[in-house]
Design a protein around this ligand. Structure first.
Ligand code: CP
Length: 326
């Protein structure tokens, strides 16, 4: 591991800072293992700073355009909080119907407009590939906050940071992904990201019509990571270190009858979790509907609310990195 910094949490120092300055964040495929360790080191620093001083002026004078064409609570508000905790400010566009998008303005034109006023753009859009299109149109950094059923790279980064903070390792893990693996962009990104680590085993548990896409499985297989598909959680839960639960996303189904058939396929509750290890973590990108019972929320293994908080620190780290201040 190269060491160019006296700070133990920033082992890659100035090289990584220069490498990420001005960059877009479109896919987890951009992150090498060293990059991931760097992000987590910076996020750890951010956590410490928030706990000590709350808000500080690392990005004072910088402006974020937060452009959301799809609903969001966590991603949108955590990017806003991240920018404001770093002393910057935010142009929030959460209701594109009140923007010139409703007059037919194209995505590239909207991006070119916002970069006249902002230093960085965060984009959520319903179409896969939209973040790459936006990045091509922009001279300023674009951060993908979810592009249709494609990727959600900042979510995967915060998921991995959560695993690190909760279990203390990203190697030697059995990770079971449960629910909507077809349309769930968070699991597409997380499976790709985890495939960089050693001794990882990925289990995919889903209804037949919501299986993990072959394209993602092929990419993970290229890294030599064992993967297995199941329709029931029963056989894999006892060996699971991380159970990553996802919502069956009603809004992604063309036929509502298909959604009705699978919407309640799995429910995690205290009874089900009796079969799981005592030391493991249950994650969920949220929002949840019925797939995790509220009765489980007080279990120490329920990490999904802490996971949201970790998202703030990871997004602070990413903003600082692309603006050259990490
Ligand atoms: N996890 C996540 O992307 O949540 P939001 O849709 O609320 O942003």
């Amino acid at each position: 591991m190269p060491t160019t910094s006296s700070n133990p949490h920033l082992p890659f120092g100035e090289n990584k800072q220069a490498e990420w300055y001005g960059k877009d964040i479109i896919s987890v495929k951009q992150f090498s293992r060293n990059d991931l360790e760097y992000v987590f080191g910076v996020a750890h620093e951010m956590r410490g700073m928030v706990e000590r001083v709350g808000t500080f002026d690392l990005l004072k004078g910088k402006i974020l355009a937060n452009l959301f064409y799809e609903p969001s609570t966590r991603t949108s508000s955590s990017f806003t909080a991240a920018m404001e905790r770093l002393g910057g400010s935010v142009i929030p566009i959460n209701e594109v119907k009140y923007s010139s998008v409703s007059k037919g303005e194209s995505l590239p034109d909207t991006i070119r407009t916002l970069e006249c006023y902002a230093d960085v753009i965060v984009l959520r859009h319903p179409e896969t590939g939209s973040a790459a299109i936006a990045a091509k149109a922009a001279k300023k950094p674009v951060i993908n906050a979810g592009d249709g059923v494609g990727e959600h790279p900042t979510q995967a980064l915060l998921d991995a940071f959560t695993i690190m903070e909760e279990l203390g390792r990203l190697n030697t893990l059995t990770v079971t992904m449960l629910g909507d693996l077809k349309y769930g962009r968070t699991v597409h990104s997380l499976a790709r990201l985890l495939s960089q680590f050693s001794n990882i085993r990925l289990n995919y548990v889903s209804p037949e019509i919501l299986k993990m896409p072959k394209e993602v499985m092929d990419e993970v297989a290229e890294k030599g990571v064992p993967q297995a598909e199941f329709s029931s959680l029963e056989n894999v839960l006892p060996e699971t270190d991380v159970l990553y639960v996802t919502r069956v996303q009603k809004e992604r189904f063309e036929d509502p009858a298909d959604y009705e058939k699978v919407k309640s396929a799995y429910v995690i509750d205290p009874e089900v979790m009796k079969a799981a290890k005592k030391e493991m973590a249950v994650l969920h990108p949220l929002p949840r509907v019925t797939e995790i019972s509220m009765d489980f929320d007080d279990d120490p293994r329920a990490a999904y609310f802490r996971q949201m908080e970790y998202g703030l620190y990871v997004r602070m780290a990413l903003l600082a990195m692309v603006l050259g201040k990490a």
